[in-house]
Design a protein around this ligand. Sequence first.
Ligand code: B12
Ligand code: SF4
Length: 458
Amino acid sequence: MKQIILYYPKLTGEKNSQPLYLGLPLSVLTLAAQLNPAKYRTCVIDGRIDDPTAILHTIDASCVCVGISAITSYQITDGICFARQIREIDPSIPIVWGGWHPSLMPLETIRSAFADIVITGQGEFTFVQLVDRLAEHRNLDDVPNLYYKNPDGSVCSTGSVFLKDFASASPVANAYPFVDMEQYIHPLWGNKRVIGFESSRGCPWSCKFCSIGSLYQKNWNALSAQQTFDGIAHLYHAYSVDAIHFYDNNFFAGEKRAQTLSELLIRKNISLRWDGTAVVQQFVRFSDAYIESLKRSGFYRVIVGVESGDEDVLAKINKQHSNAQVLQLVEMCRRHGIMASLSFMVGFPWNPEKDFSETVQLIEKIKAIDPHTEILLFIFSPYLGTPLYNAALNHGMKFPDSLEGWAGYTYERVNTPWISKGLLRKMNRYISFFGTKDMSENLTKFFKGGTENDKLAP
Ligand code: B12
Ligand code: SF4
């Protein structure tokens, strides 16, 4: 039988990852779930947990390809390290890169000596086609969304990214047996056994800093309420989880779907807590009755990107809410006993002193309404492929131009030239004061991007 290896690289260079950094590697599990087990022997290696050595010893001529996933982060560094080991074992095994970074920077990625093929966008459909072609030594030119090298080193591309209805793909649960699920179940946010699940993809909004809007161009699609229910009921019964953390970019883009899901959970007696992402201007329109019905089914936490307290910045980044709506959302959550988890970024390129000061003022107002609100605060780092990437270029930012160069671009090391040393110190002081005072240990560490307290410093 032919062998396929899928590698999910480490997210940080640290030895032990904290629970939030140890979520289910859905990026590669969804691919594994699509491969026909009668044809392929699939190995999923999670660099955060597994020692790849044992599997590397099993690689032989039956290996069709190695797939590596990466977001713009340390994952590139670790992915290259893994690819180097594969090259040493057998340089003829095709190395395929996919995920957010290769999708946004396909040309830089394919130029690397450690990449033979790049798949852009969703992998469920294209990876299966690619693997079949490679296994049968056939041409790749009818597989969409690929970049690949010809024998003479020239690069071919086969079409642009699309968002296909992933409800038609095989359920990710098919791939749970490939990993030790216990490793991905954690105590978080007051729950004992939380696990991640993806029920929708894309987003109908287009915030100018966001990779999702840039890649999927305002498209959104989702599993049906029944499919979502089946997926999480399986996790409840088979793995005894007590909470689901939806990885969706915008869970509440489908309001009706959320309601049907909550009705199913109640009717079928699935006693789980669950959280999801929403945008401010949408959440404030929710009626009390709607929120209460979700709450009865276990909804306990809403995750919202507020981003800035400076309304000039909100307009520039195309966040279509006001500070008044943010405070209204916090008040609604307080009233309904829902935990609001709000994330912010400071240090946008236009007037960073002002955006920092107005963001701090808004956070103080939020804390006055509900001191239990979770606040995550990051220093803005421009991401490739987004409109703010160009704004950053115009403000003097220098970016890498190769896969190896991007490996060093981790959000805690970004040096945005428009932030003075004095302002950076002020931001870090606020982040660490605030972090230690109001947040749980895990969130404080997450907030700081790892376990070292001063990681955000240049
Ligand atoms: C969960 C998550 C995390 C988790 C880590 C992941 C985990 N498993 O534990 C945590 C919380 C740690 C995290 C942290 C961060 N994250 Co994050 N995260 C996500 C999130 C919400 C879900 C990822 C996921 O599993 N999706 C579900 C899978 C199925 O989708 P997928 O990964 O896109 O995979 C599909 C395709 O990309 C492709 N594919 C993926 N891999 C491969 C490999 C091959 C070989 C092939 C062929 C195809 C392929 O096929 C898959 C199926 O279609 C995404 C948003 C999103 N919805 O994707 C952001 C996202 C990936 N994160 C992002 C960012 C920016 C960050 C942070 C920098 C945020 C911050 N400031 O702290 C940090 C970085 C951490 C670090 N140390 O570097 C960005 C990445 C942008 C980029 N340019 O890479 C995203 C897209 C969010 C956004 N709004 O822009 N994150
Ligand atoms: S609402 Fe969230 S997921 Fe959607 S484009 Fe804006 S930041 Fe991205």
